[in-house]
Design a protein. Sequence first.
Length: 295
Amino acid sequence: MGETKDDGFRAITYLSEDGLRLYARDYGGPQVAGSWPIVCLPGLTRNSRDFHQLALLLSTDAATPRRVVSLDYRGRGRSAWDLDKTNYNLGVETRDVISACQHLAIDRAIFIGTSRGGLILHLLAEMRPDLIAAVILNDIGPKIEANGLKRIRDYLNFPVPPSDWPEAVAFLKACHGRHFPALHEPDWQEMAAAIYRDVDERPVADFDPAIAAQLQTIDFDRPLPDFWQYYDGLAAFPILLIKGQNSDLLSERTIAEMAVRNPSLAVLEAIDQGHAPLLHLEPTLRRLKGFLQEI
């Protein structure tokens, strides 16, 4: 198991229960005491780099520094790709999160789940509720809107990859720009650096293509499965739901039903952002930190 220190975090590798090498970033480390650690779970094809800016801000906060851990699921970022592509599923990935907590000696934490990460948290509430102190769901709920998932499917399976870094930034703007007027040029560059890895100065999508290919098999003529039975367990914990103002994956109807089932649900709209909001941008960051201070 390797550990190195780099750019504000320790790089950690550990083994899943089936022996796959997985990767995590540990900001602040276990020596940061006095508050619950935060575990960050990225979206479908995303990785720990998505949370770098947020993790730095939270782990170095002058008043209330926190330990922040962000994960690369199997097949993403610096984690190993799985030879058995059927293992790219929520159940296996939830068990990998449990393995990460065990390796990092995290007995209980506040979890931030972006998109697929939030679905994993629904299952974690069923499998290991004792690990959860509170939950932040980033633009995800128990019901996914089909139009939003179709858009993600088409974006991830775009047939022509970018040939250089400026083209990668331009591609992201073309795909997501109308949903994210809040973003500026440095934000788009940071997004590209999080999504792609550098291979001989060329951007390459940093995930196993089999993960995106799974979306091609979804029958959108049938209702998508929902997670309401798991949300009812998740609703036992303090929850902050962050919704991108321009999100097409999380509907107001779903949010209303979530609030009925959990009247204490706190909802924050990320203005001029879509799916999924960047959490380190103001004023979202300020509201997120206010929620953390109450836990």
